[in-house]
Design a binder for this molecule. Sequence first.
Ligand SMILES: [Zn+2]
Length: 415
Amino acid sequence: MNPSNPWFLAAFGGVIILYHLDLIISLLNLAQFAKPLPEAMRPLYDPDTLLRTQDYHRQSTQLDLAQATTQLAILLTFWLAGGFGWLHTWTTSLGWNAIATGTLALTLTTVATAFIALPFTLWQTFKIETAFGFNRTTPRTFILDQIKTLLLLAIIGLPLLALIIWLFETLPYAPAAAWLALTLFSLLMTWISPRFIMPLFLRFDPLPNGPLRDAIFALSHKLDFPVADVSIVDGSRRSSKANAFFAGFGKSKRIALYDTLVESHSQDELLAVLSHEIGHSKRGHVTRLLIIGLIESALLFAGLHFALQSPAFFAAFGISGTPVGLGFAVFSILYKPFSLLLSLPGLWLSRVHEFEADAFARSAMGSPTPLETALKRLSSDHLSHPAPHPLAVRLHYTHPPLLQRLAALQAGALS
Ligand SMILES: [Zn+2]
């Protein structure tokens, strides 16, 4: 690990800069609580709720920083003590072929990373989320979720990984082939996931006949948005936080509403939330984000291909030779800061989409009010940050802050 190796400088510098950037953003976001609450937010966050919100964010941020610091310390110790070189020597000594050796090396680093994150996830779920009344997960559900996730990764993730390693081991045009394979896989998953994977974690019950069901089908008819069926999902088994989502591709969509959303909102508010979701679909947001994702993965594979050609890249991590599988693992360290940069246009577009979907919901409902009251309720019920720092919004937020969404809804209503 020669400090004059440019790959080493880029990866090491990137890891250190990213850690400090996240630290600064977290602190800036917490410091926002010291400022007076914007006028429009005051009716939503009474002094008591505001204190609880601040406390929730302080505890979550402390935990995030503890996790980031622990992960950084372990990574740097392992890296600088020659851990990657040792892992390469040991996995190679088993005498397996390059694909099996690479898959094993990558699996071991992934499992180790997940293992380091586990105590922090446990603390977030069972200490912080419980203390603020959000958590409904039992230890049994938590453990079963972990086992199911591991099995799915083994059944679906490992073959895909082995395929991509094989492509990079054998084909001169590997990045293009890997990109195509990942694209086809993602399309296949949009079909498989709602049918076979989501039901492993959530129970989908048909929404019973009644005024809500009639109103949803009337709305879908009015907006010319064919809906195959509407389900209620038992999200309350894990968290009191509410949600709604669409499943399915193509002509007919399946709508899934979290039971927590249905319980805490009026019928008009639910229809406004659904109109917002329908707006995403009608305005082509899904397709646009899919294209951005495809561009990102093309850049990822091109960068990976470039790095894997260079023995100096492997030397930066103390690895002799050019093993592809382990190369993937260490490339993810180098790639992380770049992926943050690459995510910025997608995040910006996602926030623009939210404004467009809000505007769609406003005209669908003929008034901004139902969406406004739904957004306000979700924000204070979830103890969302009432005034996040603009830098935090730019770098991490897929949704604009509530204040801006309410202002845009009002501005549109007046025009
Ligand atoms: Zn949205």
